[in-house]
Structures are given as structure tokens and as C-alpha cells.
Ligand binder design. Structure first.
Ligand code: BDR
Ligand code: CA
Length: 315
């Protein structure tokens, strides 16, 4: 199996992605690193521990707590999406705290650096939240991007609108400076954003059908009701977006997506703060106006959504 580390802010759709990984023999989960986003970082850690306990993985899989603030936060408080995922990140269904497992005595960034260096070329990192931990890992070890097998990022909105402002997707908006740094570090990187994840949906009816099915069907059903209600109110649809599990599907089955190579930059301030811009021009702007030496990364612009949604439901 491929070695996998998930960097995450669980979060309803993060939980789906993590449980998918636990159910996928193609990957061996090495660890979970946590960060703010859907919930504050300390709660993300608690939620990661809860999920691993539920999956019976808490012995072998480390949890390493990461940054509580974005790189340039200053005194700003991070934006927390409790109105999307509930104050507890799991739809406020009243889950008990973890039964006794604890986070490791190492920071997320150090854990990433150590793990990738211990298994050069073998570790895939799946990033499902603001990219602060990954950026900090690259500051500790600037060559890290040449040593991981691949970094798969759930983030961005390339040729479609955003979900936190008209231009930006939430994970990139959460730490645009970190995102611009990470997207500039290596070509060994895939990024998929709202262009494809908003095409991968689960209807309320399909969610209902998961109840009582398999190991995690009822749990996923329960924690998803708050998230589903947010989609009903905000998007006026009786379905939810499968953002993070779609990224997990891209780890398992990249062939179900259409990838295009190009340089990407992130707007770090102003009214489009967090916007991801892909250079899709014919000749490329290499060497011009802040686009010099940017690596060509793989950006998902198409998806076979029925097959992806089916894979998510199966796992
Ligand atoms: C992303 O933001 C978070 O709310 C979700 O968990 C997902 O990672 C979608 O924009
Ligand atoms: Ca997430």
C-alpha cells in the first residue's frame, strides 16, 4: 500500500475522507496532522482522535497537532466555519470526547518532515484544510517537495466562483500566503477545487440510504444533517458537496479526473483574497510579472462525477 498522511480540520466532509482512507486497502494511513478551519485546531485534534478510535486505528496511526494561526495572522482570529459543520465540527450531534488516545508530542510540521524523510518518495500527503502546516514543513525542509511521492490539495476555485467570497475557496482563503508558497514549491503536486468538487454531490435521499449500512453509514448520516441543512439554505439544493472525499478519491483514482498542467498563484490580499489563478495561456507567463520559476502543477478541471460519488459511497 501507499503511505498516506492526511492534513485536516475535521469537519464533516473531512470525516468522510478519513473514514474512506481507513476503508481503502490501497493506502496505509501513517498519521493525521491537524489545523484550524472548520473548527479551531485543538478541536480538530480531538475530532481526528475520535475518528481513529472509531476506525480502530488509534494504536498505529499518529495524530500530530498543527498550527492554530495562519502564517501572517498577526492578531487576527481565524475564520472558523462552525455555521457549516456545527460548533463541534460534527454537526452538533453530541459525540463523547475521545476515550483516551492522545496527540503525539511532535508538531504537525515536524511530523511531516520526519515521515517524508523516513520514507523518501513513498509518502502521499492529502491536504484538506488551510495549508499552514505544509508551508511550515517546507520552511523546516525546503527540499521536502522533492521527497514526497505526491501532495494532493483540496483547495481553490480556478474557472468557477468561490465559496467564501466570489473568488476564493475556503481552504486557500484560510491561509493564502501558505497556499502561494506551497503551490510554488514543486511540480509533484495535484490540486483540485470547487471546479470539480461541486460536481460531486450526495443527495439527501442517497445519504438516507447509507443509514445502517456498513461500518460508518449511520455515523456519516448523523453528522451530515447539519451540513446538509447548510447546503439547503445557502445553495438551495437538497444535496451536499463531497469536497474532501472527492480529494481522497483523487488519491485512489486520479484517472477519474481530467488534469491540466499549469502554474498557479494565489491572491494574498484585497477583495479577491484567496483566489487561485492558473496560467492557462498558450505560451505561459514564465518569467513575467511574478510568474517566474513557478512549477507546472496538475490542476483538476474535469471529473467523472458518477464514478467518484460511487467510490465514495462504497468506501
Ligand atoms: C473545504 O472547506 C472546508 O469547509 C471543507 O472541509 C473542505 O475542506 C471546502 O471549501
Ligand atoms: Ca476540510
Amino acid at each position: 500500500p501507499r503511505l498516506l498522511i492526511i492534513d485536516t480540520d475535521p469537519g464533516v466532509d473531512d470525516a468522510m475522507a478519513i473514514l474512506m482512507a481507513a476503508n481503502s486497502p490501497e493506502v496505509q494511513l501513517l498519521g493525521i496532522t491537524t489545523v484550524y478551519g472548520n473548527v479551531p485546531t485543538a478541536l480538530a485534534t480531538q475530532n481526528a482522535l475520535r475518528l481513529l478510535e472509531m476506525a480502530g486505528l488509534c494504536g498505529g496511526v499518529m495524530v500530530a497537532q498543527g498550527a492554530a494561526r495562519s502564517l501572517k495572522a498577526g492578531t487576527d482570529v481565524e475564520r472558523i466555519a462552525d455555521f457549516v459543520h456545527g460548533a463541534d465540527g460534527f454537526g452538533d450531534v453530541g459525540l463523547p470526547p475521545p476515550r483516551g488516545s492522545h496527540a503525539a508530542d511532535v508538531s504537525a510540521a515536524e511530523f511531516l518532515v520526519r515521515s517524508v524523510n523516513a520514507h523518501p518518495g513513498r509518502v502521499t500527503i492529502l491536504a484538506l484544510a488551510p495549508l499552514t502546516n505544509i508551508a511550515q514543513a517546507l520552511m523546516l525542509d525546503p527540499d521536502l517537495g522533492d521527497k514526497w511521492a505526491e501532495l494532493v490539495i483540496l483547495g481553490g476555485a480556478f474557472f468557477t466562483g468561490g465559496n467564501v467570497n466570489p473568488a476564493a475557496e475556503a481552504n486557500i482563503f484560510g491561509d493564502p500566503d501558505a497556499a502561494d508558497l506551497v503551490l510554488g514549491c514543486t511540480p509533484r503536486l495535484r490540486v483540485l477545487g470547487l471546479d470539480v468538487t461541486q460536481r460531486c454531490r450526495m443527495t439527501a435521499e442517497e445519504l438516507q440510504a447509507m443509514r445502517g449500512v456498513g461500518k460508518y453509514g449511520s455515523f456519516v448520516y448523523d453528522i451530515s444533517q447539519f451540513y446538509l441543512n447548510f447546503h439547503r439554505k445557502w445553495y438551495d439544493m437538497d444535496a451536499l458537496y463531497l469536497h474532501d472525499p472527492t480529494a481522497m478519491a483523487a488519491v485512489l483514482r486520479p484517472d477519474l479526473f481530467e488534469w491540466r498542467a499549469g502554474a498557479v498563484r494565489v491572491a494574498c490580499e484585497g477583495v479577491t483574497k484567496g483566489q487561485t489563478v492558473m496560467d492557462a495561456s498558450v505560451r505561459g507567463f514564465h518569467g513575467h510579472n511574478g510568474w517566474a520559476d513557478r512549477p507546472q502543477v496538475q490542476v483538476a478541471l474535469g471529473v467523472q462525477q458518477q464514478q467518484v460519488v460511487q467510490l465514495i459511497r462504497e468506501r
